[in-house]
Design a protein around this ligand. Structure first.
Ligand SMILES: *Cc1c(COP(=O)(O)O)cnc(C)c1O
Length: 421
């Protein structure tokens, strides 16, 4: 059973001040989870989580994570700006970008961020943008082929645009060393949303063996290994959540098998988790505003794919709780839909739910990461507010809802739009 982190009474009260739809985040859940992660890797003295800003790019969320000891992982200029605004500086920022505009390398350099190079051909760009190759630098690895954990969990690095081959890694390290780099990092992201405790230890083995090889071949000092993102969450109620303590222990075993005997027991481990840090600790709250009975049974809600794109984009499952009806039988089959002129704008298809009446509040679970963040403005729809349920039970608006003026703001050079600006 998936249970929302708020009650119906709380939500109705919040909705009096902040009309639906809105995203709501759970400060307590975020902090407790960050603490568990930190404890799971406490055996590694240099360990640090760099939160993937793209998952939930809100400064108040970033500030909470900063208080929990996290840094940020950025992939664009605006994500760097957000990190800077919140107070992250220097090595607290990782810049893991690909197809990177040269100005963004310059900005990352200015902030003193650790640059994680996606390709060997980017070396001259970084050198030009920063004036020199920084002392600390990281390179992203792609082993190619298929990365298989089990029959249901595999991904296809050979098809992914990211990272360098092992030969390129060797070559890149040689060039960077010659150009003055002193501390090296290795990064790889091989599978996404893995709901298994096996992924990180398997990835760690690949990266640790590569690290030993790179050290032998190039003589560089490897300061850190970045296991990146990919630890998943159970979107479906029948899935078992990852146990981060088991994952941390699994990685420790591989560390002791591979790195310690190679004299590399001082290597720091970094992670760049997004989904695992925020996914379950945010939800999209929406209200049923229509019911329609045609060839299927539809419930129309006041949110749409603009507020949460994953179902439309990936056919992703997001669990839905009809507030106040948690104990009712799931005896109605519905498509729960938004108002976009796109037939994939469905939060659920053929979902068994209790009978829904107009006015019911629906909680769409696990929207805390890659939820609001993926929002767009198709059909002229406006992005919703983001609210934070604080540890003391109060609610803070951490981003207001978009207005029509926001939507038209970039037409400010157009006299016809004056009336609406
Ligand atoms: C998206 C991304 C992450 C975070 O991925 P999650 O699946 O949210 O954990 C981390 N690192 C990089 C480079 C990414 O692109």
């Amino acid at each position: 059973m998936k249970k929302p982190f708020v009650t119906k009474e709380q939500l109705e009260k919040i909705a009096e001040t902040y009309p639906t739809p809105f995203h709501l985040y759970d400060e307590r859940g975020i902090r407790e989870n960050a603490k568990r992660l930190k404890e799971a890797f406490a055996w590694n003295p240099g360990y640090k989580e760099y939160f993937a800003v793209k998952a939930t790019p809100n400064p108040c969320i970033l500030r909470i994570l900063r208080e929990c000891g996290c840094g940020t992982d950025c992939s664009s200029a605006t994500e760097l700006m957000l990190s800077d605004a919140v107070g992250f500086a220097g090595r607290e920022i990782m810049f893991s970008s690909n197809d990177t505009p040269v100005e963004e390398f310059a900005m990352a350099g200015k902030l003193g961020a650790i640059i994680n190079l996606d390709d060997i051909t980017h070396i001259p760009y970084v050198e030009k943008a920063l004036g020199a190759i920084p002392e600390t630098i990281s390179c992203r690895y792609n082993p190619g082929g298929v990365f298989k954990i089990s029959n249901d969990i595999m991904d296809n690095p050979g098809d992914a645009k990211y990272g360098m081959t092992s030969d390129q890694m060797v070559e890149a390290f040689r060039i960077l060393k010659e150009k003055g780099a002193r501390e090296f990092g290795i990064h790889a992201f091989l599978a996404s949303n893995t709901v298994t405790n096996e992924y990180y230890p398997l990835l760690a083995k690949v990266l640790f063996e590569l690290a030993v090889d790179l050290k032998e071949k190039t003589g560089v000092h490897i300061g850190f290994i970045n296991l990146s993102g990919g630890i998943g969450i159970p979107y479906r109620p029948d899935q078992e959540a990852n146990d981060i303590a088991v994952i941390g222990e699994g990685v420790r075993k591989v560390y002791e098998q591979v790195l310690v005997p190679a004299g590399m027991g001082d290597v720091a481990l970094y992670t760049e988790l997004g989904r695992f840090m925020l996914g379950p600790y945010g939800c999209l709250v929406t209200r049923a505003i229509h019911e329609k009975h045609t060839h299927k049974e539809y419930i129309g809600v006041d949110a749409c794919a603009v507020n949460l794109m994953r179902p439309a984009m990936y056919g992703a499952y997001h669990h839905i709780t009809v507030m106040g009806k948690e104990d009712r039988p799931l005896d109605h089959k519905y498509d729960v839909v938004g108002s976009l002129c796109e037939n994939n704008d469905k939060f659920a298809v053929d979902r068994m739910l209790p009978e829904i009446e107009k006015g019911d509040l629906l909680v769409i679970h696990d929207a805390g990461a890659h939820g609001f963040a993926m929002g767009y403005n198709y059909n002229g729809k406006l992005k919703s507010a983001e609210l934070l349920l604080k540890e003391d039970g109060s609610v803070e608006q951490i981003r207001r809802a978009e207005t029509a003026q926001d939507y038209f703001a970039t037409l400010d050079g157009c006299p016809m739009m004056k009336k609406y600006l």
